[in-house]
Each structure stands twice: as structure tokens, then as C-alpha cells.
Design a protein around this ligand. Structure first.
Ligand code: FES
Length: 411
């Protein structure tokens, strides 16, 4: 097994030599993570568990420079995310600038702080689209999973979004707790007039990885939920498009993560670090360039961080000689790191990986626990909050083996 204490286990040279600048396509999708601050404390948040180590935020002028540089590079889709992007009071200014530059803009929000006044201002600024998250169809579970009392407020916000005539995606992260409620979640989305419903099964990064044992569903739960989704799809047709993505752990081939490292996605963290995927910051041995110090063009085309896993030269066996490598590109680098300790390994979701058994064991452990087991009392989840982030940040590997109950432990 790879030694996790070694900071740099990644081969540095091969990908750089293979990925020549002229072969690199421009980024299409810019994700502006405006802040890590968030009024919610979701147990599956994909933000880094040590987000309190990165609390600095770019200024309005610095974000505007990012938008201009990214648009000049070719980026066309722009997501404003976080944390909660509404905690930035310059959001409307940034949306207005993005609109002028010609971006298609999407606000990815919990809805907390999305008042009618702000909806008016965002409409005037030219915002195109809103993605609103719910944690469940019931107040009890929605409020438990986010460690807040926000369910009723979210429902009011959903109605206001529609009253302002925004296209709306409802997003609900699925896991062991709420998979049995999929029919009710769909009913809720239909009643709210959502054009899209994203039923995103939890992928195990960030806080979700820390809470994996509690969140991991059984195969039966997933099959039943998928059958429900398919039934609804037939009934609702085009009225509401329903997306349902199975968690990686239940697949035997890995996903083509981010459509390839440094291929289309460019994420900018609140402090200006440029990232090839949401969770890249967790990888060891990579220095992520900062937009306050390096032009975006140079970051995208020339930086070691963005070139490290482009092409095929970085691959080890079994990916290197695999006849499917062009399809999945070896899977997800962050998942390979989290599960094997080496981001250059095959994503162990793949059953050709010699470490696939690690995934199988996690799924088997979930199957051996009755779905109705009262998990919360017996095995507490770890909420995303500043106190827990600081504890995780100071742990030797970022994931202390034993963490005490933090239910209701809010910042
Ligand atoms: Fe980072 Fe897949 S999430 S490469």
C-alpha cells in the first residue's frame, strides 16, 4: 500500500511532455466558488474538510479579472457557487459583469438569503438560471442533514424563484437516509414547478467521505429508487427532466471524471486557487497556482497542476495498457487518492484495478447493515462547520479515525 505520509507520490514528468499546449482545448466551464462560508452544515458537502485553512476571499475587482480572463480563454458556462454565494454582497455586480461578457450564468445556492429584493437585482443583472438545493422532502430530515431549520424557508424561496420566472433546477443529494423518499422528493419538485430535478447520489469526497459509513446506501435502496425514477420519467415526460446518477461505488467502470483533468473544467476557489476539479485541493504534491499571481492563460496551458494528469503518460498499469483508457481516462484522480493513497493509480471503482476490493468492502459493509437502522444515534455524522474543519485540518491525514459526536454543533 502506498505510504500516505509521503507528500508527493505523483510522477511529475510524463503528462507534461505528452500534453503539448496546442493539443489542449480551452476551458468551457468556469466554476466561481465565491466563498467557503455557508449558513448550512451539510454532512455531504464537497468543499474541502480543511476549508478553514483557506478563508481568504478574492475581492470584487479580482473576481472581475477572473471572469474577463476566463471568457477571453473561451469559457462560456459560469456557475457561481460556494459555500453560499449569496453571502457575497457583490454577487449581483459579478453576475452583471458575467452577463456583459457573454457567459451563461447559473447560481448554485441553498436559497438562504435569496430574498425577493435580491431576486429582483439578480434578474436585472441578467442571471440566467438558478439551482436550488434541498436535503429531503421532509422537514425533519432536511433540517437534520443541514443542521439548520431551513426547510420552510427553502420552500418559500422556490416559489419566489418561479415567481421571478427563472428556470429552476432542484438539486437533492441522495444517500442512505433519503433514498426511500425519492417519490416524495420528485412530487415536491413537480409541485414547485422545477424544470429539472437533479437526484445526485452522494459521491464520496470531502465531508461525504468523512461520513461515508453513515451515508452509503444498499444496492437494494438504489435499485428501488431508480425504478421509482423511471416510473416518474414515463409519467412526467418533458415537464420535468429527472437526472439520477448512481454512486461510483456501485459501478464496475469508473466515470470520465470532469470529462478529463484540465479538459473543460476550471474551478476558482474563494482564495483564488485555480483547480482542475472541485476536490483537487485534497491531492498531495500539487501546487495550485493562484489567479492573483499567475495569468489564467498560463495556469490553464502551462501549469504543472493542470498538466499533471492530462494525456495518458501519467498512467500506471492497468490503465496504461487498457483498451478502455480513452473512454474513462482512468477515472477519478481524487477517488484514486482517497481510496489507494496514490492519485496516479487506477480509480479502484474499476474492477480491473488491483484495489477494487476496497470499494467492494465498503459496499458490502453497507449491505450488512439494515437500512432502517437508526444510524444517527448509534454512529453520529460529522457536520460541516468551522470547529470540525479545524479539527480535521489539524489531524495528521485530515481524517481522524475517531471523531466525537457533533450533532447540533454549529458555528
Ligand atoms: Fe477530482 Fe475526480 S473529483 S479528479
Amino acid at each position: 500500500m502506498t505510504d500516505l505520509s509521503r507528500p508527493d507520490t505523483i510522477p511529475r514528468t510524463a503528462a507534461l511532455s505528452e500534453a503539448k499546449p496546442e493539443a489542449i482545448a480551452p476551458p468551457l466551464w468556469l466554476l466561481a466558488e465565491l466563498t467557503y462560508r455557508c449558513p448550512l452544515h451539510c454532512v455531504f458537502c464537497y468543499n474541502p474538510t480543511n476549508y478553514t485553512d483557506h478563508s481568504r476571499e478574492l475581492s470584487t475587482a479580482q473576481w472581475i479579472d477572473v471572469l474577463r480572463e476566463a471568457r477571453a480563454l473561451g469559457a462560456a458556462q459560469l456557475g457561481f457557487s460556494g459555500g453560499e454565494p449569496l453571502l457575497r454582497d457583490d454577487l449581483e455586480v459579478l453576475v452583471g459583469e458575467a452577463r456583459q461578457l457573454g457567459f451563461y450564468t447559473n447560481l448554485i445556492t441553498s436559497g438562504i438569503g435569496l430574498t425577493d429584493a435580491r431576486l429582483d437585482a439578480l434578474k436585472a443583472a441578467g442571471l440566467d438560471h438558478i439551482q436550488l438545493s434541498f436535503q429531503d422532502s421532509t422537514q425533519e430530515l432536511n433540517d437534520f442533514l443541514s443542521s439548520t431549520r431551513t426547510f420552510d424557508l427553502k420552500k418559500r424561496v422556490a416559489a419566489s424563484i418561479k415567481a421571478h420566472d427563472f428556470p429552476m433546477v432542484l438539486n437533492c443529494v441522495l444517500h442512505r437516509f433519503n433514498l426511500p423518499h425519492v417519490d416524495k422528493i420528485i412530487d415536491m419538485a413537480l409541485a414547485m414547478g422545477a424544470e429539472y430535478l437533479e437526484l445526485a447520489n452522494t459521491q464520496y469526497y470531502g465531508w461525504a467521505h468523512t461520513n461515508r459509513a453513515q451515508l452509503m446506501p444498499t444496492a437494494e435502496q438504489l435499485q428501488e429508487a431508480e425504478a421509482v425514477v423511471n416510473r416518474y420519467r414515463k409519467e412526467t415526460g418533458e415537464r420535468c427532466k429527472i437526472f439520477f446518477v448512481v454512486p461510483d461505488y456501485f459501478e464496475t467502470r469508473p466515470k470520465r471524471c470532469m470529462n478529463g483533468w484540465g479538459a473543460v473544467f476550471l474551478g476558482i476557489a474563494p482564495d483564488g486557487a485555480a483547480l482542475p476539479c472541485h476536490t483537487a485541493r485534497s491531492l498531495p504534491g500539487l501546487m495550485f497556482p493562484n489567479v492573483t499571481e499567475t495569468p489564467l492563460r498560463e495556469i490553464w496551458y502551462e501549469s504543472d497542476a493542470f498538466n499533471r494528469f492530462r494525456g495518458f503518460g501519467w498512467m500506471k498499469e492497468p490503465c496504461r495498457s487498457c483498451d478502455e483508457k480513452e473512454r474513462d481516462l482512468g477515472g477519478c484522480r481524487c477517488q484514486a487518492y482517497l481510496l489507494t493513497g496514490d492519485p496516479a493509480n487506477a480509480d479502484p471503482v474499476c474492477d480491473k484495478s488491483p484495489e477494487h476490493e476496497r470499494v467492494v468492502q465498503v459496499v458490502r459493509a453497507a449491505a450488512n447493515r439494515a437500512p432502517e437502522q437508526p444510524l444517527v444515534k448509534e454512529q453520529p455524522v460529522l457536520f460541516r462547520n468551522d470547529a470540525n474543519s479545524r479539527r480535521l485540518a489539524s489531524a495528521p491525514d485530515g481524517h481522524p479515525p475517531d471523531h466525537p459526536v457533533s450533532r447540533g454543533d454549529r458555528t
